[in-house]
Design a protein around this ligand. Structure first.
Ligand code: NAP
Length: 450
């Protein structure tokens, strides 16, 4: 029997586990999928926006994998801190695959970033996704009229959409009740996404972009003059398909008439590089000072020395994610990833027997959920090729040793119990399933499984 630990139960971890058991090269592979949280699914549960039901429904596929009898989910097990070091895991398993993601936000590195009212978009996402590390009262929105989202990726689109859309439309989702209440009391009338480059360099995908134009009561505003600055705007045919379609969608908004009276405004601004966050009269953030940029060379921009202050009482910086080092594992700070070769962890430049990576901690925070499939497959293929040299030892069930190391694992019945508690919480609120947003509530629900 080959015993493998997969650390992280997001898509990359689950796809890795699936590839390891659904193959015929190595017989009898058993996989424990460990997660720091008592709940599985990683960013599908705690990153995908609650109103993206179709992507969320991927949880059903991940569930089928985790219910495979050769795979065991062990939530609420933290690796790296305390006794459960990578070295200890390698004693308990023949191989360990780290699929721990890259959940830390990147900074802008400009003055004023610490002003009250300035947050990483990741905090906002965690809050509306009921991540138990996010305080339920993290965001008060009643005093906010204008919000700015810095960045032009899919996360920027997600947070701008959640800020702009009406709380009533979010009621059918599993958004936690405190976040839904804060959004219902929101004073936000204007949301602006600010991109330092041009419309043809937006990193968002067209489906996500287009969705902004279909939000009831929301008018998307794009300045034709900013589009016209982009050299590719006149001839988008030369662009890659996704960028061409993005430009076409933006053009349709720029050509639309004035916004309907009373609509919330969702503006997309281009060629504006934030250089400073300015305080308002109350000491909280009041505006984002941006330098106007202009196209310069292939997809680059240069500053012009002219500035514009964009009003904002709330600023979310959404400029990408990066990995964090896991104690005991090598880390490449320049890329925010673990150094590897075809998924084999490299220590001092050489593959470390039995240690692997997959997902964002392997390749950086890029791609959509499906990108994790080939990524996981590459890693699993390396592991299976190494299996003969890894599996010489006979290993007992690691669960007692995990408990001895201080873990109180939440097993699959515990997770199902959390799911049931979320359904009954939702019913008590006249809603569908509603997420439990705190550690105590999650663990109490898990314990109800006995
Ligand atoms: P991203 O796609 O890398 O976008 C980051 C954005 O931040 C870019 O517009 C970038 O501009 C900008 N930026 C970076 N540094 C900046 C700076 N110092 N000042 C101003 N702007 C700066 O990152 P993301 O939006 O966090 O998304 C991460 C991954 O998750 C992506 O692969 C994304 O597609 C995926 N995702 C997918 C979905 C979905 O499919 N629905 C939803 C959420 C996330 P430049 O281009 O100029 O560098």
């Amino acid at each position: 029997m080959l015993r493998v630990a997969v650390v992280g139960s997001g898509p990359s971890g689950v796809y890795t586990a699936q590839t390891l058991v659904e193959q015929s090269v190595v017989p009898d592979v058993r996989v424990d999928v460990l997660d720091r949280l008592p709940c599985p699914y990683g960013l599908v549960r705690y990153g995908v926006a609650p109103d993206h039901e179709k992507i969320k429904s991927l949880q059903g596929n991940l569930r089928t994998v985790l219910e495979d009898p050769r795979i065991r989910f062990l939530g609420h097990v933290e690796v790296g801190e305390g006794a459960l070091t990578p070295a200890r895991l390698l004693e308990l398993y023949h191989a360990v695959v780290y699929c721990v993601g890259a959940a830390r936000d990147r900074h802008l590195g400009i003055p004023g970033e610490d002003l009250p009212g300035v947050y990483p978009a990741t905090d906002f996402v965690s809050w509306y996704s009921a991540h138990p590390d996010a305080a339920t009262d993290s965001f008060a929105l009643e005093g906010v009229r204008s919000a700015v989202v810095v960045g032009a990726g899919n996360v920027a689109v997600d947070v701008a959409r959640i800020l702009a859309r009406g709380a009533e439309e979010l009621r059918p989702t599993d958004m936690p009740q405190p976040a839904l209440g804060a959004l219902a009391g929101s004073g936000v009338r204007e949301v602006r996404m600010v991109a330092r480059r041009g419309p043809s360099q937006g990193r968002f995908t067209t489906k996500e972009l287009r969705e902004l134009g279909a939000l009831p009561g929301v008018a998307v505003v794009v300045d034709p003059a900013e589009l016209a600055l982009d050299p590719a705007y006149a001839d988008p045919a030369a662009l890659p398909a996704v960028n061409r379609r993005n430009v076409e969608v933006l053009r349709s908004w720029a050509e639309a008439g004035p916004p309907a009276a009373g609509a919330r405004l969702l503006g997309l601004r281009f060629y504006l590089r934030p250089v400073e966050l300015l305080p308002g009269p109350d000491g909280r953030v009041g505006a984002v000072r941006c330098e106007r940029t202009l196209p310069d060379g292939p997809a680059g921009v240069r500053g012009t020395g002219t500035y514009e202050d964009v009003a904002a009482q709330l600023v979310l910086r959404s400029v990408g994610y990066t990995g964090t080092p896991l104690p005991g594992l090598p880390f490449d700070p320049a890329h925010g990833t673990v150094p590897h070769e075809a998924g084999r962890v490299l220590r001092a430049g050489a593959p470390s027997p039995g240690e692997y990576v997959a997902g964002w901690i392997k390749r950086g925070a890029t791609g959509v959920i499906g990108t994790n499939r080939p990524c996981a497959k590459e890693t699993a293929t390396s592991l299976l090729a190494d299996a003969p040299s890894l599996s010489a030892r006979s290993l007992p069930d690691p669960l007692p040793a995990l408990r001895a190391a201080g873990s109180r694992p939440v097993e699959w019945p515990g997770w199902l119990s959390i799911e049931a508690a979320e359904l009954s919480l939702g019913h008590s609120l006249g809603r569908g399933s509603v997420k439990i947003p705190d550690w105590a509530g999650l663990l109490a629900a898990a314990e109800a499984a006995g």
